[in-house]
Design a binder for this molecule. Structure first.
Ligand code: 13P
Length: 253
């Protein structure tokens, strides 16, 4: 019922030459895969080059961030219209690295999510607890606030994607177990149901945090895990394509 989705968040990596090579290999090795959506999220400077490589394929382009204003004196920022112009369909919003290093608050995440939807971009809204918060037993509390605040004042849209990325699992090689992830995904789906009713069953919820071709098979078997937001393993075509294949083969619904 929900199409699976696998997104590669390249973070601050790759030159244009490396990007074109990687995107080309991903394209060549995924053309036969159906039933879901594949996304590449390169840094801004590589968007246009990657767009040319994936044109006409089943791969979509995402930006890793955007500002919520249309234009003006905002040195270093980039607008929704600009990333659309560069070929983006999706935009990652509120990644924990943006929250941690660039002070993004739930309020900013909400403004960006609203703006993305208004401009016809599909937001991938990231939430997740730190290790300290998990140890304190306040994971649901933290994630609940992040989801509610991100979606505050926003009507239901099938374009909204939520990514649960426990901060302690990002780049650490220590992924959440499928049970740990499913527990939070089920909790998030409960909030979506409360906010939006039955249509919320169509919202895709991705897992992110040390996803590899070895651990995705079990994760994607869970009822409320609809795909993955992949960091490190998306930088090598073999591992990224391996993840996409596992998702397409193991996804039950
Ligand atoms: P890793 O897959 O490198 O843990 O990164 C996850 C992530 O932050 C994707 O947005």
């Amino acid at each position: 019922m929900r199409r699976w989705l696998v997104a590669g968040n390249w973070k601050m990596n790759n030159t244009i030459e490396e990007a074109i090579k990687l995107a080309t290999t991903v394209r060549e090795n995924t053309y036969d895969i159906k039933g879901g959506d594949i996304i590449l999220a390169p840094p801004y400077t590589l968007l246009h080059g990657v767009k040319e490589v994936i044109e006409g394929s089943n791969i979509f382009l995402a930006a890793q961030n955007m500002f919520y204003e249309d234009k003006g004196a905002y040195t270093g920022e980039i607008s929704p219209a600009m990333i659309k112009d560069a070929g983006c369909t999706y935009v990652i919003i509120g990644h924990s690295e943006r929250r941690k290093y660039f002070g993004e608050t739930d309020e900013v995440v909400n403004l960006k999510t609203k703006k993305a939807l208004k401009e016809g971009l599909k937001p991938i809204v990231c939430v997740g607890e730190t290790d300290v918060e998990r140890d304190k037993g306040i994971t649901s509390y933290v994630v609940g606030i992040q989801v509610r605040k991100a979606l505050y004042g926003i009507e239901f849209s099938e374009d909204i994607v939520i990514a649960y990325e426990p901060v302690w699992a990002i780049g650490t090689g220590r992924n959440a177990t499928s049970e740990q992830a499913e527990e939070v995904h089920r909790f998030i789906r409960g909030i979506l149901k409360e906010l939006y009713g039955t249509p919320s069953e169509r919202t895709r919820i991705l897992y992110g945090g040390s996803v590899t071709a070895d651990n995705i098979g079990e994760l994607i078997n869970m009822e409320n895990i609809d795909g993955a937001l992949v960091g490190g393993a998306s930088l090598k075509s073999d591992s990224f394509v391996g993840i996409i294949r596992k998702v397409s083969e193991n996804r039950k619904c």
